[in-house]
Design a protein around this ligand. Structure first.
Ligand code: THU
Length: 140
């Protein structure tokens, strides 16, 4: 699959995931879609909870699906929400994405019309703490 088709597929996955979000409290749907270095696709949506802090973000759902399938290297992650503002990953999700990122990982912030802004992991979370700080290498 070429880059354009991959991007279109990731946008579709994020849009579909966004439509499945369980958001009775915020009514703010978010979808996320991941392409791994090995070429696999995963997606997730936010899932809220009556005990508010127990809610999970879309990125967390997509990362959990990726890890469950045995993959740990994010090439691209697309995050999509409604409205005019950029739906950038929250602080906790920046760290969650960081765990599975490399210098090449790109984070694409999307509206339902497509990509609005693309950032490197280092732009999104500079001076980050990661597996290397604990002597770990991110392997698949
Ligand atoms: N949310 C995400 O799913 N990802 C983000 O990066 C930002 C926020 C969700 C959490 C909550 O369900 C809703 O958006 C409003 O904060």
């Amino acid at each position: 699959m070429n880059n354009v088709n991959q991007s279109e597929k990731l946008i579709e996955l994020a849009k579909n995931a966004m439509s499945k979000a369980y958001v009775p409290y915020s009514h703010f749907q978010v979808g996320a879609a991941i392409l791994t270095k090995s070429g696999q696709f995963y997606s997730g949506c936010n899932v809220e909870n009556a005990a508010y802090p127990e809610g999970t973000c879309a990125e967390a759902g997509a990362i959990a699906a990726m890890v469950l399938a045995g993959n740990t290297q994010i090439k691209d992650i697309y995050v999509m929400g409604h409205g005019d503002a950029l739906v950038t990953p929250c602080g906790g999700c920046r760290q969650k994405i960081r765990e599975f990122s490399s210098a090449e990982t790109m984070i694409h912030i999307c509206g339902s019309e497509g990509v609005r802004k693309s950032l490197t992991m280092n732009e999104l979370l500079p001076f980050s703490f990661g597996p290397e700080n604990l002597g770990q290498q991110n392997r698949e």
